[in-house]
Design a protein around this ligand. Structure first.
Ligand SMILES: C[C@H](O)[C@@H](O)CC(=O)C(=O)O
Ligand code: MG
Length: 455
């Protein structure tokens, strides 16, 4: 490994994008998200930098920023060699400090902050060198999960699927299957936009919508033409509205394409079962986050009830640690594991979940609906395919077409597949100009918006 010296500085910034203005990224529970990050930069005395972030949806990012500052004392003053020489120990230092763990442990704001800091460390490390499977496994804290996965079991052999990924990329699905105004984001996109071609709608709102229709029909046609075959739609607000939207989407994409539904925790358990049963004719592969993300037994009940309909349950974007995932898997409560690069404690904890999912034979389909999440999670899912699962059956990684232009190494999608990133690092470095202009509340974007806002 390169000798890169001591980490002498950690800075963290509250960076927000006003996506709520167009209601991009909205769902049944998060109706006005401003896609945001707590953005971390660590710097060594040799002048090398590592970049990390954690995703938030606006208000509250300042709390995560505070938590990152509270953790910075564990990082500043250490060399990268010290950290990665005992990464498991360092992970535990961050997540299990005798005083700090009281505000977690390993959940909520402090876990998001841990992810931001560790993502920066991984970025620095990845810029410095390559890694072996043994080294990677030595980064995992197995505390609380040895009843499901041991270190020996985790030492899987690397598979030879690298070349295939370089050529074809990893399959993706879209939650915004044409940008910027197509259906899945629940609140912002109208049925007219959604189907475009529907004569009924055209006659009702012909004049006003003709222009829009042309644009969106084209966008939708483009999405299908550019190879998208897997789509996710937001549900959970009004059943009739969901039925109408899902019917329209199914008609639009045809019988053979894959459709997923995401309720973002909207329902109680019984409600979830009856609501999704009503949507079953539209043949969703999964229902995502049907109820509270903490309700493991509730998810198990829903899974059992929906299995005869051929509908699986997916969750993970708000599953805050490996212990939760362990129980979901042990209880057969999930049929799709949705790891999240910022909700879990960075790569370290994501590795343990990938390995447990492999052991339980449950496909991993990462969550990426947020700024920067596609950039980060592509690394994890490529690792999963190349070194762990070697399986693409029922596996795909989420893609949302938002805000990639703010990154120095944005994701590359070709024919609805993620092409492996080429630049060294964890792909979360942002353009300095983007960080500066979007800093909350002083960056020019926010200064202007706040000046216009009513008292
Ligand atoms: C608030 C986020 O956009 C959320 O709706 C993302 C999500 O649930 C997903 O991408 O899945
Ligand atoms: Mg979701």
């Amino acid at each position: 490994m390169l000798q890169i010296g001591k980490i002498v500085k950690l800075t963290v910034k509250d960076v927000r994008f006003p996506t709520s203005l167009g209601q991009h990224g909205s769902d049944a529970m998060h109706t006005d998200p401003d896609y945001s990050v707590a953005y971390v930069v660590i710097e060594t005395d040799g002048g090398m930098k590592g970049y990390g972030l954690t995703f938030t949806v606006g208000r509250g990012t300042e709390v995560v920023v505070c938590a990152v500052k509270a953790l910075s004392g564990f990082v500043v003053g250490k060399t990268l060699e010290e950290i990665v020489g005992d990464f498991r120990g360092f992970y535990r230092l961050l997540t299990s400090d005798g005083q700090m763990r009281w505000i977690g442990p390993e959940k909520g704001v402090i876990q998001l902050a841990t992810a931001a800091v560790l993502n920066a460390v991984w970025d620095l490390w990845a810029r410095a060198e390559g890694k072996s499977p043994e080294q990677l496994v030595s980064c995992i804290d197995f505390r609380y999960i040895t009843d499901a996965l041991t270190e020996q079991e985790a030492l899987v052999k690397g598979k030879k699927n690298r070349e295939q990924m370089l050529k074809e990329g990893y399959p993706a699905y879209t939650t915004s299957f044409s940008t910027p105004h197509l259906p899945p984001w629940l609140w912002s996109y109208t049925d007219t936009i959604l189907v475009g071609l529907w004569v009924k709608h055209m006659t009702i709102v012909f004049i006003q919508c003709l222009a829009l229709l042309c644009v969106h029909v084209k966008l939708c046609t483009d999405a299908l033409a550019s190879g998208w075959s897997r789509f996710k739609v937001k549900v959970g607000a009004e059943l009739e509205d969901d039925e109408r939207r899902c019917r329209l989407i199914r008609q639009m994409i045809g019988p053979d394409k894959t459709l997923m539904m995401d309720a973002n925790q909207r329902w109680d358990v019984g409600e979830a079962i009856s609501w999704v049963t009503s949507l079953a004719p539209f043949r969703p592969l999964w229902i995502e986050e049907p109820t509270s993300p903490d309700d493991i037994l509730g998810h198990a009940t829903i899974s059992k009830a929906l299995a005869p309909l051929g509908i699986g349950v997916a969750s993970g974007e708000q599953c805050h640690n490996r212990v939760m995932f362990k129980q979901f898997l042990q209880a057969s409560a999930l049929q799709f594991v949705q790891i999240d690069s910022c909700r879990l404690g960075s790569v370290n904890e994501n590795l343990s979940v990938l390995l447990m999912a492999h052991k339980f034979q449950v496909p991993v389909c990462p969550h990426a609906g947020g700024v920067g999440l596609c950039e980060l999670v592509q690394h994890l899912i490529l690792f999963d395919y190349i070194s762990v699962s070697a399986d693409l059956n029922n596996r795909m990684c989420e893609y949302v077409d938002h805000l990639h232009e703010h990154f120095t190494s944005p994701v590359v999608i070709r024919n609805a597949h993620y092409l492996p990133p080429k630049d060294p690092g964890y792909s979360c470095e942002m353009l300095e100009s983007s960080v500066e202009t979007h800093q909350f509340p002083g960056g020019v974007v926010w200064a202007n918006l706040l000046a216009k806002a009513p008292e």
